[in-house]
Design a protein around this ligand. Structure first.
Ligand SMILES: C[S@@+](CC[C@H](N)C(=O)[O-])C[C@H]1O[C@@H](n2cnc3c(N)ncnc32)[C@H](O)[C@@H]1O
Length: 429
C-alpha cells in the first residue's frame, strides 16, 4: 500500500470538485465517424474501441440496477458510479442519462479512447447547477483508479468492472471502493476455467478447483460469485448476488453483487458441487460433508465417475425480489418488450425469477440428456416443467441453456416423468 500511496501523491487525477467552482461548458472533441450506435434510445459513437453490440443486455441490466439503487439512496445522496473499463464510454453515458447518476468516473487504460469518450459524454453537462462535477475521464490501470479513490476515501455506489478474461485481480480493490450496501458489477470471459479445462487457473483466480461438468456455464457464474465472496470475507465484507447473467457471446459471465460490512449470514451457501457422469445427479456439499465424500471415495463407495468442484457459491443465482423490481422498472420504462436487436428483457427477467427459487439446487439438466439416458425422444420442455411442478417439485427454465430445466427432482424420476409424457403423447396420435 505504501507504494500505491506514494504513486497517488504525484497523480495527475482530478480530485473532488471544489465547492463554488463555476460550470465549464464541455468542449466537443472530434470522434471517428460512421460508428454511430444506439441503445434504448441513447446514441453514441464506438470508433475503434472494443465494443460489442451483444453486450447491450448486460448494460441494460446494469442500468436497471443502478436506477433501482439510486431510488434507495437517502434524499440528497446522488448516485456515484465508477466505470473502471469503459471502452467508448457507453455505460458511463447510460448510467448518467438513464439511471440518473449524479457522478460517473469513466476510466479506460487506452488513451486512444479519450476523444471518443469525451465526445460521447459531451452531451451530458460536465458540472451540475451546484458546480459539482458530473463526470471525469481518466486513462489508468483500473486498479490504480480504485486504489487512489480508496486512499482518498472517495467511495462509489456502483463499481462496474467490465474486464477481458478474469476479473479476479481487480476484485479486492473494487470491493474496498464501494460504499456500504453498494453494488459491484463484475464480468469475466474466462470460459476455459469455468469449463473445468484449467483447474489450476480457476484455483489461482477464484480459489475454486473446477472440474468438467455438463452445466459448466452455471458453474462459471458460481465460481465468479464464490471468488468475490472469498475476497470480500478476507476484507471483512459480505456479498449477496442480486442477479447473475451468462451470455454465449464471448462467453460472458456477469454478476451484480451487493456489498455489505460483516460476515455472511448463511454460511451453507458456499461449498462444493458434485456431479455423477454415471447417473447424471448432482449434489451440494459443505466443507464438513466434503471430508465424508473423500473418505467414502477411498473406501470405494463412490463411483469413479463422480467429480467434485469447489468451493463455489451454491445458493440462489438471483435475488427473486430484486429481479422482480428490475422487471417492474423495465416495464415502466418500456424496456420489457423486444425491439429490433434488443433482447426480450421480460422473458430473460422472468426466467431469472423462476431459476432464483432458493429451493433449486445448482445445475440444470438438458432435455437431450434426459432423452439419451431414457433412450427416447425429448418431451416438450414446458410440459415436463408443468408435470414436475404438479408432482410437487420445483422446476424452471434456465436462462443459460434454452433446452434445459432446473429442478430438485432426481434425474431418474425426471426420466420416468418424461417417459410418461412421451407415452401419453404417442397414445393420443
Ligand atoms: C470489454 S472492454 C469494455 C467495454 C465497455 N465497458 C462496453 O460496455 O462497451 C474492456 C476495456 O478495458 C480496457 N482495459 C483493459 N485492461 C485494463 C486495465 N487494466 N485497466 C483499465 N482498463 C483496461 C480495454 O482498453 C477495453 O476498452
Amino acid at each position: 500500500m505504501a507504494a500505491i500511496a506514494a504513486f497517488s501523491v504525484c497523480s495527475p487525477l482530478p480530485l473532488s470538485p471544489r465547492p463554488g467552482r463555476p460550470p465549464i461548458p464541455p468542449r466537443r472533441p472530434t470522434a471517428p465517424a460512421n460508428t454511430l450506435e444506439a441503445e434504448r434510445g441513447v446514441e453514441f459513437e464506438t470508433g475503434d474501441s472494443f465494443f460489442r453490440r451483444e453486450s447491450a443486455v448486460g448494460r441494460d441490466l446494469g442500468v436497471l440496477s443502478a436506477a433501482l439503487h439510486r431510488r434507495s439512496l437517502p434524499p440528497g445522496g446522488g448516485l456515484r458510479v465508477l466505470d473502471a473499463m469503459c471502452g467508448c464510454g457507453v455505460r458511463s453515458l447510460r448510467y448518467l442519462a438513464q439511471a440518473g447518476a449524479a457522478f460517473v468516473w469513466a476510466n479506460d487504460a487506452s488513451e486512444g479512447c479519450r476523444p471518443l469518450i469525451l465526445s460521447n459524454l459531451s452531451g451530458h453537462p460536465r458540472f451540475s447547477p451546484q458546480g459539482d462535477r458530473s463526470w471525469v475521464v481518466t486513462h489508468l490501470d483500473a486498479n490504480r483508479v480504485l486504489a487512489e479513490n480508496y486512499l482518498r476515501k472517495e467511495f462509489f455506489d456502483l463499481v462496474d468492472v467490465d474486464s477481458f478474461g478474469s476479473d479476479s485481480s481487480f476484485m479486492r480493490l473494487a470491493i474496498s471502493t464501494i460504499r456500504k450496501g453498494g453494488l459491484l458489477y463484475v464480468t469475466s470471459t474466462d470460459g476455459y476455467s469455468s469449463g473445468g479445462h484449467r483447474p489450476h487457473c480457476s484455483l489461482a483466480s477464484y480459489g475454486a478447483y473446477v472440474r468438467p461438468m455438463p452445466f459448466s456455464n452455471e458453474v462459471g457464474l458460481r465460481m465468479l460469485i464464490g471468488g468475490a465472496l472469498r475476497e470480500a470475507a478476507a476484507l471483512g465484507y459480505r456479498i449477496s448476488p442480486l442477479f447473475s447473467f451468462y451470455s454465449y457471446h464471448g462467453p460472458v459471465f456477469r454478476v451484480m453483487l451487493q456489498v455489505d460490512r460483516g460476515q455472511l449470514h448463511e454460511k451453507s451457501r458456499y461449498g462444493f458441487i458434485s456431479y455423477c457422469h454415471g447417473c447424471g445427479n448432482s449434489q451440494t456439499f459443505s466443507w464438513e460433508e466434503l471430508g465424508q465424500i473423500s473418505c467414502a471415495c477411498r473406501k470405494g463407495e463412490i463411483s469413479k465417475s463422480v467429480v467434485v468442484s469447489g468451493p463455489l457459491w451454491t445458493g440462489p443465482l438471483h435475488d427473486v425480489t430484486y429481479v422482480t423490481d428490475m422487471l417492474q422498472l423495465a416495464t415502466e420504462w418500456g424496456w420489457a418488450c423486444t425491439n429490433g436487436n434488443e433482447v426480450d428483457l421480460e422473458k430473460l427477467l422472468n426466467q431469472m425469477i423462476g431459476e432464483g427459487d432458493p429451493r433449486l439446487p445448482p445445475g440444470y439438466i438438458k432435455l437431450d440428456e434426459i432423452a439419451s439416458r431414457g433412450k427416447m425422444n425429448s418431451p416438450p420442455l414446458s410440459t415436463l416443467i408443468n408435470t414436475l411442478q404438479k408432482e410437487g417439485y420445483v422446476a424452471s427454465r434456465s436462462h443459460i441453456a434454452p433446452n434445459a430445466i432446473k429442478t430438485n427432482c432426481p434425474i431418474a424420476e425426471c426420466i420416468q416423468f418424461a417417459r410418461r409424457i412421451r407415452c401419453s403423447t404417442s397414445n393420443r396420435r
